[in-house]
Ligand binder design. Sequence first.
Ligand SMILES: NC(=O)c1ccc[n+]([C@@H]2O[C@H](COP(=O)([O-])OP(=O)(O)OC[C@H]3O[C@@H](n4cnc5c(N)ncnc54)[C@H](O)[C@@H]3O)[C@@H](O)[C@H]2O)c1
Length: 338
Amino acid sequence: MKRISRVAILGAGTMGARIAAHFANAGIPSYLLDIVPADADARSRNKIAAAGLDAAKKSKPAAFMDASLARFVAVGNFEDDLKKLADVDWIIEAVVENLEIKRALLRKDETIRKPGTIITTNTSGLPVGKIAEGFSDDFRRSWFGTHFFNPPRYMRLLELIPTPEADIALINAVSHFCDVRLGKGVVLAKDTPNFIGNRIGTFSVLNVMRLMQEMDLSIEEVDALTGQAVGWPKSATFRTIDLVGLDILGHVVGNMTANVRDSPSTGRLLNTIHGKNPSSLRSTWRKISRTLALVCVLCSASTGLRRKMTRPEHSSGPRSPISGPTPPTASLKFRPRL
Ligand SMILES: NC(=O)c1ccc[n+]([C@@H]2O[C@H](COP(=O)([O-])OP(=O)(O)OC[C@H]3O[C@@H](n4cnc5c(N)ncnc54)[C@H](O)[C@@H]3O)[C@@H](O)[C@H]2O)c1
């Protein structure tokens, strides 16, 4: 099985820097690269990657298990440091959610990486196969999707998205590594728009927004109704969107709009999201809110019961002494994010 002992992460934003931090938690060194700022002088060419690493060091909940682990992450930039890609076993692309930008960067990497180096994308839902269309045979054999969720240290789910040309031995190597070293629950997903988690999550968020418009609810009311009251995390709907980033939500919804309009439920949602706000619905709101209150009480009760039942399993501790994946209580607090 291919050994993974050093990685490179392309893009030091919300996800890239925190993915690097989680590799550091597992004792794996990484190069964390990003663009050179337009106004950079000789000393500030790594400024963006360094700022990403700083943000990861300060993030709450903590991205690093211990602040000293940041020493495993070496920052650099796409102009001076791409040659370092020849030294790594796995390259993870985590730049802005834009097909052409991803392709342009990967074209540069194509000639630098050693043949057989695993190369994956953290895209939230762009077609994985299409990103590498026209690339070399070796590149496409080593190419697939690894979708970490936010925050990567705490979110157990990892979607692995094979393409028809991907080498099954490399997919198995990554799956095993992420399970044993990073503490992930690996799920195979098809290369369909937004894969699994974001397909469901986007439906849910858009549905909430549709109901919000129909019922004339405020942001605070929506978060009160879709947070801990129903057994969801306290970040509820709008605070979750803030965490993910409005731009990312926009890209993910745009991806749905472009690719799944034919789906009856999604098409209707996408069509009505900017729709009317019928005042007649206000009259039914009282009835609905009474039902919701009842649902909230029932959900809270069942969540309490579920937590009690699952606690011994969660507190059984990390499967790997090196990775120490998800702290038991943290895993109860977060749900998959875009
Ligand atoms: N934010 C989330 O919750 C989340 C979760 C899972 C997956 N993702 C996916 O991960 C990837 C990164 O998302 P993010 O939230 O870290 O985004 P981000 O905006 O925080 O970071 C993107 C990085 O891309 C870099 N970049 C911008 N323009 C570039 C260019 N022309 N060429 C190369 N790099 C450029 C930026 O400097 C930035 O550091 C996206 O594909 C996104 O869909 C995001």
